[in-house]
Write a protein that binds this ligand. Sequence first.
Ligand code: GLP
Length: 241
Amino acid sequence: MKVLILDNAEAAVRRAADIVARLVGDRPRCVLGLATGGTMLPLYDELGRRHVSDGLSFAQVATFNLDEYIGLPPDHACSYHTYMREAFFDRIDIDPARTHLPRGDADDPQAESLAYEARIADAGGIDLQVLGIGQNGHIGFNEPTSSLGSRTRIKTLTDDTRRANRRFFDTFDQTPRHAITMGIATILQSRACLLLATGAAKAEAVAGMVEGPLSAACPASALQLHADATAVLDRDAAAAL
Ligand code: GLP
């Protein structure tokens, strides 16, 4: 894994944006895998800014998000569909028909998971998967003990993860218990991975990811198996390396 340590979060975000912007500039029809969470908000701000000021165009880009909460329809205020529209898609020139997230309100989430894998394959696979990391080392919603061979499927969220994401909901009880998430093998199949982590709360998970051991106890450690994985960190997130 290539590890880039930048002085602060702003510099890390700019560096991650450089990597995304270079791919989109070189290959306008690329397929991006996208992530949600607080860490990604400044990245989407920066890419949106480059769209406006540098003419960076996403008109032909296709996107696939990692995950969505089960039970939330796309127009729910706390769904990842809404997050993506508000944080990114509505601010760039992307064709909404080319943006994909699992449907959290699907009648049959298992069938939706299989269909999502098929949609990724039909698009030719993901060129660059953008990732954050949970404090427990999860990527997407692949919680600790997730199979390293997993594909898109239903996952039960740990209470730790629900507590970390509770800030987006009114109460802990309203914080969803399940999600559809790309699996670890799905993520590893991307042609390149870019993980962005900032802040001291991520230091322990980042150390597990980079320095191992390779273990389902730290799902992000699976990125050690990827031939083209880059972790972009600020000093605080890199503090335990
Ligand atoms: C959620 C998402 C992950 C994300 C994680 C970290 O659990 N499913 O994809 O990496 O949050 O979020 P944050 O950046 O808010 O710490």
